[in-house]
Design a protein around this ligand. Structure first.
Ligand SMILES: [Zn+2]
Length: 322
């Protein structure tokens, strides 16, 4: 008797009965660019449908997300002032600190996550303090810790260090605990690869390095075992969530992370992934809705609990339409 795997694929009712992976709006995290001194939302040319937002526009953005079931956002700041020490990143009235307070005033139960890195706050655009042309790990750690504390003091629920400095998670955990902020969680950009998929983001966040690249601190795209070592380090340093970034070309890393730890795993569908889908959809080459839902399902099937995606609002709408 031949085995008939098709038996359970005969119709949608049967298929949905045995479906193994489900994506829900509350699995999604929406990244928001917030720019100091802006009056109106500013379209991002390389990311159709995405904007840099003024602080005062955030309650509306968050409300729209909440109305479709998305309850978490990840904030990226674009300050007016940049300097070598990234001073504006830690200012109590800095753009991200104001954004956190504004969101929490209007939507206190929204989960506010913040990117913790200095590249958008320094004129050179590298992710740490420079010593000549080298990013200095030890000098960068106190700065990241101070930035994380100032986000937590403003009300952030989760801080997300993305600079890929060694021991950034333990430095931040220690600083938060020392300031009575033990409840603030850390989402570690543990497996962040040096990637061409970030192209549109650098335009969006005005954070392209003025010289060189980030290969001396971000992972080499060829190295899965090395990424796994970093994931292990971040677990030991006290991370609450581990992140893999980019997403779709790194599903093997998501799977490895899933097998390594019981911590929640987040995958970041980065700007280049978003823009590729948008560009193809605009030309009628791909069905945007189907592609987005398929890729989100793939992230979860690989083992991600959470997906950070610029498609969060549309995807949540599509998921509730079904
Ligand atoms: Zn950075």
């Amino acid at each position: 008797m031949p085995n008939r795997l098709r038996r359970m694929r005969r119709n949608e009712a049967l298929r949905s009965l045995v479906r193994e992976t489900h994506v829900q709006p509350n699995d999604l995290i929406y990244p928001i660019f917030v720019r100091e001194g802006l009056e109106e939302p500013e379209p991002i040319a390389s990311m159709p449908g995405q904007f840099r937002h003024p602080v005062r526009g955030l309650p509306t953005v968050v409300q729209e997300l909440r109305s479709v079931g998305v309850s978490a956002v990840l904030l990226f700041g674009l300050p007016k002032e940049k300097d070598e020490r990234a001073s504006s990143s830690c200012a109590p009235a800095g753009v991200v600190q104001e954004a956190i307070r504004t969101i929490k005033d209007h939507n206190p139960d929204t989960v506010v996550m913040t990117d913790v890195c200095v590249c958008a706050y320094t004129p050179h655009g590298h992710c740490g303090v420079l010593n000549g042309e080298v990013v200095d790990n030890e000098q960068t750690l106190p700065l990241l810790a101070q930035m994380a504390v100032s986000h937590a003091e403003a009300g952030a629920d989760v801080v997300a260090p993305s600079s890929m400095m060694d021991e950034q998670v333990s430095a931040i955990r220690k600083a938060l605990n020392g300031q009575g902020l033990a409840d603030t969680a850390i989402m570690a950009y543990s497996a962040k690869f040096a990637s061409a998929f970030y192209g549109p983001f650098r335009d969006a966040a005005d954070s392209a390095p003025s010289f060189g690249d980030r290969a001396s601190y971000q992972h080499d795209a060829a190295n899965a075992r090395h990424a796994r070592r970093e994931l292990r380090h971040d677990v030991a340093e006290g991370a609450d969530i581990l992140m893999v970034k980019p997403g779709i070309a790194y599903l093997d890393i998501v799977l490895r992370a899933r097998e390594l730890t019981d911590l929640p795993i987040a995958a970041y569908a980065v700007s280049g992934e978003y823009s590729m889908i948008k560009a193809a959809a605009e030309r009628g080459w791909l069905d945007e809705r189907k592609i987005v839902l398929e890729t989100l399902t793939a992230f979860k099937r690989a083992g991600a609990d959470l997906v950070i995606t610029y498609h969060a609002k549309e995807a949540a709408q599509w998921l509730t339409d079904i």
